[in-house]
Design a protein around this ligand. Sequence first.
Ligand code: MLT
Length: 266
Amino acid sequence: MKKVRVRGFEMAYEEEGRGQAVMLLHGFPFNHALWREQVQALSDHYRVITPDMRGFGESALSTEEPATMREMAEDVAALLDELGINRVTLGGLSMGGYVAFAFYKQFPLRVRSLILADTRHTADTAEAKENRERQAQQALAEGMKGIVDSMLPKLLAPASFTERKDVVEELRAMMLSTPPEGAAAALRGMALRTDQTYLLPLILAPTLIIVGSEDQITPLSDAEVMHREIRGSRLEVIEGAGHVSNMERPAEFNQALRTFLDSLQP
Ligand code: MLT
């Protein structure tokens, strides 16, 4: 992986292809490899950049403070600066989508278009916040196994557990390889994120919303609210996919991405 020093830490990223820049932000607790199929599908026409967020994959964790969505958004801006990219199509899955909202809030003029995949605009409930703190402490004390055991059954559509065993194993390995300190910082950061409902009608960038029809973590009902509130947005429902719709049904996901991106070409 390529590495660059930004904001006091080493940030790792992959970069493929040439053309308009598309940056894809992974969810929790994954890394850039989540986007392998999308990099393959897009890099013949686009410059696709997939970073490891701070504390994930090969990116260092700069501090033990909560990794807030705002901090991560500033990391993304610093990486774009390093790469000489002013405007970008920014996509994020789940936690990556939370970061994309934070980025849009701070740097709206740098966003050419937005892709919000299996994510939501709302903040955590009090119960979800408590659960995040429990998971953070568990990760720090015992490693990632507890998070994997509780999260994995909810990540995919039921059919994917039998039809896409390769994806189940890939996700499990990716989650287990996540440094517990990075996971804990992100859990605490996600718990601090605020409700973005007010932002939705202010989003002027062309926006694609994608969701698996069987996403249990960020369900279709959230995607429908975002679609209603973000003017001119497009909603693509990936039938038979769960929360990790890009890996469960890559052909359908990539088709939705490609159609959206190509429609924006000058
Ligand atoms: C993710 O996939 O990034 C997480 O499920 C997000 C979350 O826990 O809210």
